[in-house]
Design a protein around this ligand. Structure first.
Ligand code: ZN
Length: 93
């Protein structure tokens, strides 16, 4: 069985499962029973870079349950950052 997409002019895209090669060109919409045409879409390919998939998954999760942090991620604190010796000679406010 494969999943095929059909587009109803009123309700949008819905999916239906048929054996490979036996999907009809059109079928009645599951909601309004109007004739829906088959939509050709890209198959699920695993060519997407893993880093991009991870970033997209993280972005999707942050929309629902954002992580709570106490500082900006990826930045070192100012205590460990080296201070330039010339800064000590600058005038103080
Ligand atoms: Zn419909």
């Amino acid at each position: 069985m494969a999943t095929y997409e059909y587009r109803c002019p009123r309700d949008g895209v819905f999916e239906a499962a048929y054996p490979i090669g036996q999907a009809p060109a059109g079928m009645p919409c599951a909601t309004c029973a109007a004739e829906a045409d088959r939509v050709f879409s890209a198959p699920m390919l695993s060519a997407t870079p893993r880093a991009l998939v991870t970033a997209l998954d993280r972005a999707g999760r942050s929309a629902e349950a954002p992580e709570v942090v106490s500082r900006i991620p990826g930045r070192r604190s100012t205590a460990t950052r080296p201070v330039h010796p010339g800064h000590a000679r600058l005038p103080r406010p």
